[in-house]
Design a protein around this ligand. Structure first.
Ligand code: PGA
Ligand code: ZN
Length: 425
């Protein structure tokens, strides 16, 4: 067991050019862990609190000096010269220092930075790769990447309603080939867009952000790009959507501005049903809004048997909300975002609760990211089977894929790729 000797915390920038928290923890044997915290744009209202300074004189109010001072002035004096049995104990101590349900005292950006840095320091101390250190049973699985090649919604300045159009290379023989499939499709899509006079600039998650009004048209273009890359739909590639519908839900209606449609909850379900029966879409995230539980129940009844229905804003990586969803038979999968809940151990609790109840896990980045690649290790360590970490461009996205490539190399012959087994039908 090692004693915490020093803690540093600083303001750094995320991929959107907003400040975020970075934290370093040193143990007395010079073991060291560093983490940095991502940040969402289409955040769920039930997420743990991300503490911002709201001082309009700095970074338009987005500074995180309060969260940093909470680390240095409130937490550090209580834990320096202390030791903990494991990161669960460390996190529990953090929760008791914070004392709130939603981390509003310290800020989830402060608690997550500490929690991840501490776990990394322990892995360093054990001279273990993070994915090995985090695993309970050494069942390492390389996830199928859901690659977000067209960005819309609040991640892009275009007329696409659905936030994320993703390709999942289920037919690739291994993880590195899945990256090659994704990349070749990404470049083929780029040429296709260009040849049609559409914009090839990218959105927050590195996917293209053309002005296209219809979701069907976006999907048709992606399918063309898959074929031009010499790959086949279903055999090699299936599609996945993050509708992020909370963003366009108001007064019990879904406002699809690009498509010029205002839909009731039932009509929204029909819309999703039509999309998923027309195209090979194996997974739909946040098809319904975070508090439209009845809509979620109906959607799950309608298409849950053959489609993975992922709760992001719905569950916010929170075991209480997930348990309620399980009780009400809502969705069949959870999106896992470390900063939605604010500690590593609570993240693992959510993953385990999902597994116990036959829900799948999709480990996820945020639209505002840093160079921290913890989620890559987390996906392998928990054998989640799926990761969503953006497109095949921009280092904030590719850094996670690159870490997975390194892990695949370390595992060598033992590397297993989740592949086709993630499909429900
Ligand atoms: P966010 O988007 O990080 O902006 O919340 C990601 C998602 O909705 O899955
Ligand atoms: Zn989402």
């Amino acid at each position: 067991m090692a004693i915490i000797k020093n803690i540093k915390a600083r303001e750094i920038l995320d991929s959107r050019g907003n400040p975020t928290v970075e934290c370093d923890i040193y143990l007395d044997d010079n073991s060291f862990g560093r983490s940095s915290v991502p940040s969402g744009a289409s955040t769920g209202m039930h997420e743990a609190i991300e503490l911002r300074d709201n001082d309009k004189g700095r970074y338009g109010g987005k500074g995180v000096l309060k969260a940093i001072s909470n680390i240095l002035e409130i937490v550090a004096p209580k834990i320096i010269n202390q030791s903990f049995d494991n990161f669960y104990d460390f996190d529990e101590n953090l929760l008791s220092i914070d004392g709130t349900k939603n981390k509003s005292n310290l800020g989830a950006n402060a608690t997550l930075a500490l929690s991840l840095a501490y776990a990394k320091a322990l892995a360093f101390q054990k001279k273990e790769e993070l994915f090995k250190y985090l695993s309970k049973d050494n069942n390492f699985v390389l996830p199928v990447p859901m690659m977000n090649i067209v960005n819309g919604g609040s991640h892009a300045d275009n007329s696409v309603d659905i936030q994320e159009f993703m390709i999942a290379p289920i037919g690739a023989p291994n993880f590195s080939e899945s990256i090659r499939y994704g990349c070749e499709i990404f470049h083929s899509l780029k040429s296709k867009l260009k040849s049609k006079g559409l914009n090839i600039n990218v959105g927050d998650e590195g996917g293209f952000a053309p002005n296209i009004n219809s979701s069907n048209e976006v999907i048709e273009l992606i399918i063309e790009a898959v074929n031009s890359a010499g790959l086949s739909m279903n055999k090699d590639i299936v599609l996945s959507l993050d509708v992020a519908s909370t963003e366009f839900y108001e007064n019990s209606k879904y406002y699809l501005k690009g498509e010029n449609k205002i839909l009731s909850s039932d009509e929204m379900i029909e819309y999703l049903k039509a999309l998923s029966s027309t195209y090979p879409i194996y997974s739909i995230e946040d098809g319904m809004s975070e508090d439209d539980w009845e809509g979620w129940e109906n959607l799950t009844k309608e298409i849950g048997a053959r489609t993975q229905l992922v709760g992001d804003d719905l569950f916010v990586t929170n075991i209480e909300r997930l348990q309620e969803g399980i009780n009400r038979k809502i969705a069949n999968s959870i999106l896992v975002k470390v900063n939605q809940i604010g500690t590593l151990s609570e993240t693992l609790d959510a993953i385990n609760l999902a597994k116990k109840n036959g829900y799948t896990n999709v480990i996820s980045h945020r639209s505002g990211e840093t160079e921290d690649t913890t989620i890559a290790d987390l996906a392998v360590a928990t054998a989640a089977g799926q990761i969503k970490t953006g497109s095949l461009s921009r280092t904030d996205r590719t850094s996670k894929y690159n870490q997975l490539l390194r892990i695949e190399e370390i595992l060598g012959n033992e590397a297993k790729f989740a592949g086709r087994q993630i499909i429900r039908y």
